[in-house]
Design a protein around this ligand. Structure first.
Ligand code: SF4
Ligand code: SF4
Ligand code: SF4
Ligand code: FES
Length: 648
């Protein structure tokens, strides 16, 4: 079948892909056709009528909804075309506020662009002009406002919220002249289910949806969102020395331009007045500002009193790879200690241990992009739309495509609205639920025998381990009706490719590693590993959990997961770093605080972490820190933990 077609637009022969519209073919070949309600990310709606063209043999038609055909002859201008466009434009513009100069969208407004192209007859326009609408603005959302007086009812925001976000927070309300975009029952946006992602705002072609306190940036800096493990690409808009905007990087393979509320609007911490601007040294119980030279000399002098196991460092998954590499190298090569760990211990250490045991590597087995193409998504222990919103979009995209979503979560999270099956198991019963599903799969012969024979070990022992998990027991233990367990097992095993997503609902348990092993076994049992859109995918909490682990900010491994007690690995790093290294695995995050409490560790360097908030037992952390001889905290704010330090 041909995948290209040729057509003639305004006398020029152009070639484009089958399935494109006439408008898209024209725009990609540099031929402008006025348009307002078209957006390349959305299904065409055909409401503004501005994109009208003449097609030979058919007459006038809107180009945004007309697919290209071989040999088609299109004219984008002509008396009839221009007359229809002029009327369509006038109908839009007579009701529109004419305060362009004070509008934040001035010079970037699609309505201005169209009006400039078509041309406005001022006299006729004044005659047509109705009294200006003075509808109240919806300013309830903390980040953006809606001005119905500027809204051209193109529906791009409504379709964005539906087609891309799957939220459906807004729609058209009222009729005719009174039509506006509104949340359900005319409630203010802040009282609706709107998630404040701002995706509608970035697509609004006019000044109707506008960020509050909008300022045009004078330059942009490409970087990565500082929040969750999705790792969305962003451009920071800078004016002077201040961040005034954020936009998603459309070239980034993870977010493809989309952002959630955190990434798009959560940047005010950067310029927050509470940011620390100078080093602090505690003197007589009070922090005193110091110069960098004074602080660095003081820290170096005090740390030189400690060597080996008397010293510990805690690094951070919010720091870059380079920073994590340096912290672990400092602990090992300078201080002679393997007591180096970071917050992954509190979130995904079971993933590192469990996945390394099952697959040889503690990372996602598949890429984020593949999620949208799975036929079954099993989301267990993850509130994805809240914690990893951009991955949540991939799930919703898959569901819209027809994929079946199984949600296993004790809480009725947002994803349940999109789920084919919701397994509401009791907290802490993940292993029982997963073993119950696997028993159904084995009993019904739905396991992938060829894959197991070729790729797995100890299947018979595994089969025997299922014996204790009959449906009576699993139903009683988990609280999930047996029919649902059977249904979920069948869907996961047969609607391939099936992918598993999990997060801290799986790992943050005393038996987190067992949970991870059970999740891995489910994928292996059904051959859902090593193929596109399958696998076992831990969704990481902070933005660089993976990198901090890869860089060796862990007590038992050098960078690249090379064990510190492996003499060959140690020799390699000794040669590279030019020093002798400690061959005993160090202590973990929690063990470090136990050792401090017991007086075995006397000096601590903490970077970018706040264990007074993140540790389960904050009192224990506080009591331990009080026993330290020397404590340095490196942070951008005076956090609860940094307050206890000798130097910040
Ligand atoms: S901000 Fe996001 S969730 Fe809210 S209305 Fe716009 S697209 Fe929908
Ligand atoms: S608010 Fe903007 S995007 Fe939504 S209908 Fe009005 S003009 Fe279109
Ligand atoms: S999904 Fe995560 S990485 Fe992406 S914008 Fe939101 S917080 Fe940032
Ligand atoms: S762009 Fe085609 S009808 Fe609006």
């Amino acid at each position: 079948m041909k995948d290209k077609v040729s057509l003639v637009i305004d006398g020029l022969e152009v070639t484009t892909e089958v399935g494109k519209t006439v408008l898209e073919a024209a725009l990609e070949n540099g031929i402008y056709i006025p348009h307002l309600c078209y957006h390349p990310d959305l299904e065409p709606a055909g409401v503004c009528r501005l994109c009208i063209v003449e097609i030979e043999g058919r007459g006038l038609t809107i180009s945004c909804k007309t697919p290209v055909e071989e040999g088609m002859v299109v004219r984008t201008t002509g008396p009839e075309v221009e007359e229809v466009r002029r009327i369509a434009l006038e109908l839009l513009i007579v009701n529109h506020h004419a305060d362009c100069l004070s509008c934040p969208k001035n010079t970037q407004c699609k309505l201005q662009e169209v009006a400039n192209y078509i041309g406005i007859d001022e006299e006729r326009f004044e005659r047509l002009r109705k009294p200006e609408r003075t509808l109240p603005l919806d300013t309830s959302n903390p980040f953006f406002l809606y001005d119905p007086n500027k809204c051209v009812l193109c529906g791009i925001c409504v379709r964005t919220c539906d087609e891309l976000q799957g939220v459906n927070a807004i729609d058209f309300a009222f009729r005719g002249f009174s039509t506006v975009v509104s949340a359900f029952a005319g409630r203010p946006l802040a009282e609706s289910i709107c998630e404040s992602c701002g995706e509608c705002v970035v697509r609004c072609p006019v000044g109707a949806l506008i960020p509050k306190n909008f300022q045009q940036p004078s330059r942009e800096v490409k970087t990565v969102c500082p929040y969750c493990g999705c790792g969305c690409g962003i451009y920071l808009g800078i004016r002077g020395n201040t961040i005034v905007s954020v936009r998603g990087d459309r070239e980034n393979p993870v977010n493809k331009g989309a952002l959630c509320v955190k990434g798009r609007f959560g940047y005010d911490f950067v310029g927050h007045p509470d940011r620390l601007t100078a080093p602090l040294i505690k003197k007589d119980g009070k922090f005193v500002e110091a110069s960098w030279d004074e602080a660095l000399d003081f820290v170096a002098g005090r740390l030189s009193r400690y060597r080996g196991d008397e010293f510990a460092a805690i690094s951070s998954a919010k720091c870059t790879n380079e920073e994590n590499y340096l912290v672990q190298k400092f602990a090992r090569a300078v201080m002679g200690s393997n007591h180096i760990d970071h917050c992954a211990r509190l979130c995904h250490a079971p993933s590192v241990a469990g996945l390394a045991q099952s697959f040889g590597s503690g990372a996602m087995t598949n890429s984020i992009d593949e999620i949208a193409y799975a036929n079954c998504i099993f989301a267990i222990g993850t509130n994805t739309t809240a914690a990893h919103p951009i991955i949540g979009l991939r799930i919703k995209k898959a569901v819209r495509r027809g994929a079946k979503l199984i949600v296993a979560n004790p809480r009725e999270i947002h994803l349940c609205r999109h789920a084919y099956i919701w397994l509401q198991h009791r907290p802490g019963t993940d292993v029982a639920l997963l073993m119950g599903m696997m028993r159904v799969i084995v009993e019904e012969g739905l396991h992938d025998t060829a894959f197991i024979e070729e790729r797995c070990e100890n299947f018979e022992a595994f089969r025997r381990s299922l014996e204790g998990f009959d449906l009576d027991f699993v139903e009683r233990t988990t609280g999930v009706p047996r029919e649902k367990i059977v249904q979920a097992a069948r869907v996961y095993a047969t609607d391939k490719p099936s992918t598993i997503l999990y997060s801290m609902g799986i790992t943050q348990h005393t038996h987190g590693t067992d949970n991870v092993l059970a999740v891995s076994n489910l994928a292996l049992l059904t051959g859902n590993v090593g193929k596109p859109s399958t696998g076992v995918n831990p969704l990481r909490g902070q933005n660089n959990v993976q990198g901090a682990c890869d860089m060796g900010a862990l007590p038992n491994v050098f960078p690249g997961y090379q064990r510190v007690d492996d003499p060959d690995a140690r020799r390699k790093f000794e040669a590279a770093w030019g020093c002798e290294l400690n061959g005993s695995p160090g202590l973990t995050h929690m063990e470090i605080f136990d050792a401090i409490y017991e007086g075995r560790i006397k000096a601590l360097y903490l970077i970018g972490e706040n264990p007074m908030l993140s540790e389960a037992n904050a009192s224990h952390v506080e009591e331990a820190i009080e026993k330290l001889e020397f404590f340095v905290a490196q942070d951008i704010f005076l956090s609860e933990t940094a307050r206890l330090a000798d130097v910040v």
